[in-house]
Design a binder for this molecule. Structure first.
Ligand SMILES: [Zn+2]
Ligand SMILES: [Zn+2]
Length: 152
């Protein structure tokens, strides 16, 4: 996929811009579950020559001999997976994550035993009062300054 794909962490301290993406995937391995604090990791390969960190950089944790995982040191959002062959970016961190649909599953045999039934669960209405909610999450687009001056 070519285009301009921006994104970053939840607090906005780390932002990136990628112009060439490869194959989007989800990985069921235990390390991805831990690193994402989720049921699987969702990552898309990125061409490093076309990847820029436009605000700060992720902090790296060496999760195994050949792999580092990047995250925002301020809010903890998982952002990257670095391996000898290149880098992958967390799909959920993109401003337009909805454009990046996973094409394959990796480590399928390690998936959580109930994962195949996840979306058969009933959807229940959540009483989220949108008027009451004041979000401090960075918006889904680049900003000249964040947080806004009057809220610092
Ligand atoms: Zn952050
Ligand atoms: Zn994995």
């Amino acid at each position: 996929m070519e285009g301009i794909f921006t994104g970053g962490c939840q607090c906005g301290a780390v932002r990136f811009r990628a112009e060439k993406l490869g194959r989007p995937s989800i990985c069921h391995c235990r390390m991805c579950q831990k690193a994402f604090g989720g049921f699987f990791g969702a990552l898309v390969t990125a061409d490093q020559a076309h990847l820029q960190w436009t605000r700060s950089q992720p902090t790296l944790f060496r999760s195994s001999k050949k792999v580092h995982r990047g995250f925002c040191p301020r809010c903890g959002t998982p952002l990257t997976y670095h391996h000898p062959g290149g880098v992958e970016i967390a799909i959920g961190a993109f401003d337009q994550a909805y454009l990046i649909e996973p094409e394959v599953q990796v480590n399928h045999h390690l998936r959580l035993p109930w994962i195949d039934h996840l979306f058969e669960k009933p959807a229940v209405a959540q009483s989220l009062d949108e008027a009451e909610m004041i979000s401090f999450q960075h918006p889904d687009h680049d900003t000249a300054q964040w947080p806004p001056e009057d809220e610092q």
